[in-house]
Write a protein that binds this ligand. Structure first.
Ligand SMILES: NC(=O)C[C@H](N)C(=O)O
Length: 323
């Protein structure tokens, strides 16, 4: 029997067209919507287009809306799986937000394209077909939200966009893909080891994300403090160190109970309290900085946003980041 799959088109290059000058613009008729007829033998499809945005225009408000639509369809229409088409620039963020928050035990696959729909070698329809096959597969259950492009299946937690234009842009630098899509079927060779899930109704907390660099001082952190952000994520150096001049800014943020989370600006490895020098991870840990669990900056930012909607208590947030 065909699986009931919800397709949510949200915009991005996958739904855009290249004009005669080479600019990529939203298509008048979303080509994926008009192609859907051809996809019907891959599932019993419910197709919706909740919004049509290039992904740099997507915010946590749209991510929350997608969560709501998926849960409603799951509860009312007993869907078996979901495929979301999305612009690639912020795709990993939407995928991770949904991974942490959607309350439904069905495969959810996010896909996109690097070439617009009327370009030679366009990858959009191909990726959509691969994603439908993954969403309909029994093995895709209980693996969290998946990102499928270019014949590879990645977890939302580990995947990141690594190239500005190449079709193999989506990679999981830490652990690689967890499966592949072939002409004969969908094959998983790894399974994520655990699943976190938090409900969220409000995305109004303000979380800043800054990147450390040689010579970073406290001025940006003091500005964030003055602007009364609710939390800060810093992409720190190496195993989780900062220049000594940034320490004063961290201290001021903590005085105001603003949680500070650090990740590494390296794209492999985790942050740890290894170095005892001024600004080193050990000092930061002793000051109360929260160490993340191998997330990149943009995903740690979403996790902090979601955590803040449950608690403002730094120790509780630290416990959430230990998961
Ligand atoms: N390939 C893409 O989809 C990139 C586009 N700028 C977007 O994210 O909407």
């Amino acid at each position: 029997m065909k699986k009931k799959i919800l397709i949510l088109h949200t915009g991005g290059t996958i739904s855009m067209m290249e004009d005669s000058s080479g600019s990529v613009i939203p298509g008048i008729n979303n080509p994926l919507t008009t192609q859907t007829e051809k996809l019907n033998n891959l599932g019993d499809l419910i197709v919706k287009e909740p919004f049509h945005l290039p992904s740099p225009h997507v915010t946590p408000v749209e991510m929350l809306a997608l969560k709501g639509i998926i849960e409603e369809e799951y509860n009312l229409n007993s869907i078996d799986g979901v495929v979301i088409t999305h612009g690639t620039d912020t795709l990993e963020e939407t995928a991770y937000f949904l991974d942490l928050t959607v309350q439904a035990n069905i495969p959810i696959v996010v896909t996109g394209a690097m070439r617009s729909s009327n370009e030679i070698g366009s990858d959009g329809l191909y990726n959509l077909i691969s994603s439908l096959r993954v969403a309909a597969s029994e093995e895709a259950k209980n693996k969290g939200v998946l990102v499928v492009l270019n014949d590879e299946i990645h977890t939302a937690k580990n995947v990141t966009k690594t190239h500005t234009s190449n079709v193999s842009t989506f990679q999981s630098p830490q652990y690689g893909p967890i499966g592949i899509v072939t002409k004969r079927g969908v094959m998983f060779h790894h399974s994520p080891t655990y699943k976190e899930r938090y409900d969220i109704k409000d995305v109004s907390n303000r979380v800043a994300l800054i990147k450390a660099y040689a010579g970073l001082d406290s001025s940006l952190l003091l500005a964030i403090n003055q602007l009364q952000y609710d939390g800060v994520v810093i992409e720190a150096l190496g195993q989780g160190n900062l220049p000594p001049d940034a320490v004063e800014g961290i201290r001021k943020l903590h005085e105001n109970d603003i949680p500070v989370v650090i990740v590494s600006r390296c794209f492999n490895g985790i942050v740890q309290d290894v170095y005892g020098y001024d600004g080193g991870g050990k000092q930061l840990r002793d000051m109360g900085v929260i160490f993340s669990n191998g997330l990149n900056g943009q995903k740690a930012r979403l996790k902090l946003l979601i955590s803040l909607s449950h608690t403002k208590d730094t120790n509780e947030i630290r416990a959430i980041f230990k998961q």
